[in-house]
Design a protein around this ligand. Structure first.
Ligand code: DDH
Length: 308
C-alpha cells in the first residue's frame, strides 16, 4: 500500500497533498523549455481538461482526465498539451494515489500561486473513470480566430457570464502561442511566467497600435512591435520579440459588455486576482458531483433511486 495514501473511496486530505504540491513546485523551473517554466502549459492543461463542460447535457469537465485518450487528447485544440502531461508523469509515478484529473487541476493551482498569482481554492476527489456517455465531442474549446459572439457561445455553455469570461481571459498573461501547436505565434506580455494584470494593461495601452497581420499559415493575429527596440543593434537576446493578441483577445476591447471589465482589471490587480481565483476555481469544479466525503460521484456509482 502507498504510504500516506487516502483510504479507498476517500478524497486526499490536505496533509496527503502537501508532498504532491511540493513535487509540482519542484518541476516548474524548466530552463530548457519555452520561457523557463512549465507553469503556463500546466495552467492550459487544466483549463482544456475542464473547459469542455456543457451545462445543458452535463458532459465534459475535468473529471475522468479524458485527454489521456485519443478521442479528446487528439483534438487539434489540445495540441502541445502532451508536454504538460509529460511534466507531471513523474509526480503521478511518485504519488499513484492522486488521480490524473486531480493532479492536472491541482498542478494548475500550484503553478498560478508560484507564478505570483492568487491562491485558487481547489478540492480533490476527482476520479479517472471515463464515462463514455460524457466524453465531450471535439470543438468545444474556443477558436482564437473568432470574436465576442463565439466567446459567449463557448463560455455561456459552461455557465460563465461576461465578467467571468474577461477574468478567465487574463490567463493570457501567461505563456505563449506556438506555431506548431495552435498556429499563432508569440506571447501576450513581456514576462510570461509571472501572473499580473499586464495583459489587460497592454490591451488598453496599445489600443489603436495593435496591427493586424496575416501569418504564413493564413491565420490572422494582432501584433505590437516597439520599433525602437525591435530594430535595435546589440545583443540578439535583448531585441524585443514583439507582443501579440488573438482576435478573441481584441474582442474584449471592442465589445461594450466586456470592455468595462478589461478597464477594471487593468486598473486594479487585486480585483483581477480575486475574480480570477474565484472563476478559475469554478472552472476546475465544472460538472463535478460530490458525495459527503468530497469524492466525486460517477453515475456508475449512483445507487438505484438516487436520481429519482
Ligand atoms: Fe488560452 N490560448 N485561450 N486560455 N491559454 C493559448 C495559450 C494559452 C484561447 C486560445 C489560446 C483561455 C482562453 C482562451 C492559456 C490559458 C487560458 C493559445 C496558444 C491559444 C491559441 C496555444 C499554443 O500555440 O501553444 C482562446 C481563443 C481563449 C478564449 O476564447 C477566451 C483561458 C480561459 C485560459 C485559462 O487558463 C483560464 C494559457 C496559460 C496559455 C499558454 C500556454 C503555453 O503553452 O504557454
Amino acid at each position: 500500500p502507498q504510504q500516506n495514501a487516502p483510504a479507498p473511496g476517500a478524497a486526499p486530505t490536505a496533509e496527503q497533498l502537501e508532498p504532491v504540491k511540493a513535487a509540482v513546485r519542484a518541476l516548474l523551473h524548466q530552463p530548457e523549455y519555452d520561457d523557463g517554466s512549465a507553469g503556463p502549459v500546466l495552467v492550459r492543461l487544466a483549463w482544456h481538461s475542464a473547459g469542455t463542460y456543457c451545462k445543458e447535457t452535463n458532459t465534459g469537465g475535468s473529471n475522468g482526465a479524458g485527454m489521456r485518450y485519443e478521442k479528446e487528447g487528439g483534438d487539434p485544440a489540445n495540441a502541445g498539451l502532451q508536454h504538460a502531461r509529460a511534466f507531471l508523469e513523474p509526480v503521478k509515478s511518485q504519488f499513484p494515489f492522486i488521480s490524473y484529473a486531480d493532479l492536472w487541476t491541482l498542478a494548475a493551482a500550484v503553478a498560478v500561486a508560484e507564478m505570483g498569482g492568487p491562491s485558487v481554492p481547489w478540492q480533490g476527489g476527482r476520479t479517472d473513470y471515463v464515462d463514455d456517455a460524457k466524453v465531450p465531442p471535439r470543438g468545444r474549446l474556443p477558436d482564437g480566430a473568432q470574436g465576442a459572439d463565439h466567446l459567449r457561445f463557448i463560455f455561456y455553455r459552461m455557465g460563465f457570464n461576461d465578467q467571468e469570461i474577461v477574468a478567465l481571459s487574463g490567463a493570457h498573461n501567461l505563456g505563449r502561442c506556438h506555431g506548431d501547436r495552435s498556429g499563432f505565434e508569440g506571447k501576450w506580455v513581456n514576462n510570461p511566467t509571472r501572473l499580473s494584470n499586464q495583459y489587460f494593461k497592454l490591451l488598453l495601452k496599445f489600443e489603436g497600435k495593435w496591427r493586424k497581420t496575416t501569418l504564413a499559415n493564413g491565420l490572422q493575429q494582432f501584433v505590437y512591435v516597439d520599433e525602437d527596440l525591435a530594430g535595435g543593434e546589440g545583443d540578439e537576446d535583448e531585441k524585443e520579440e514583439g507582443l501579440m493578441m488573438l482576435p478573441t483577445d481584441m474582442s474584449l476591447l471592442s465589445d461594450p459588455q466586456f470592455r468595462p471589465w478589461v478597464e477594471k482589471y487593468a486598473a486594479d490587480q487585486d480585483l483581477f486576482f480575486r475574480d480570477f481565483a474565484a472563476v478559475f476555481a469554478k472552472l476546475l469544479e465544472l460538472g463535478l458531483k460530490r458525495d459527503s466525503q468530497g469524492r466525486v460521484v460517477n453515475d456508475e456509482n449512483v445507487e438505484d433511486g438516487y436520481r429519482s
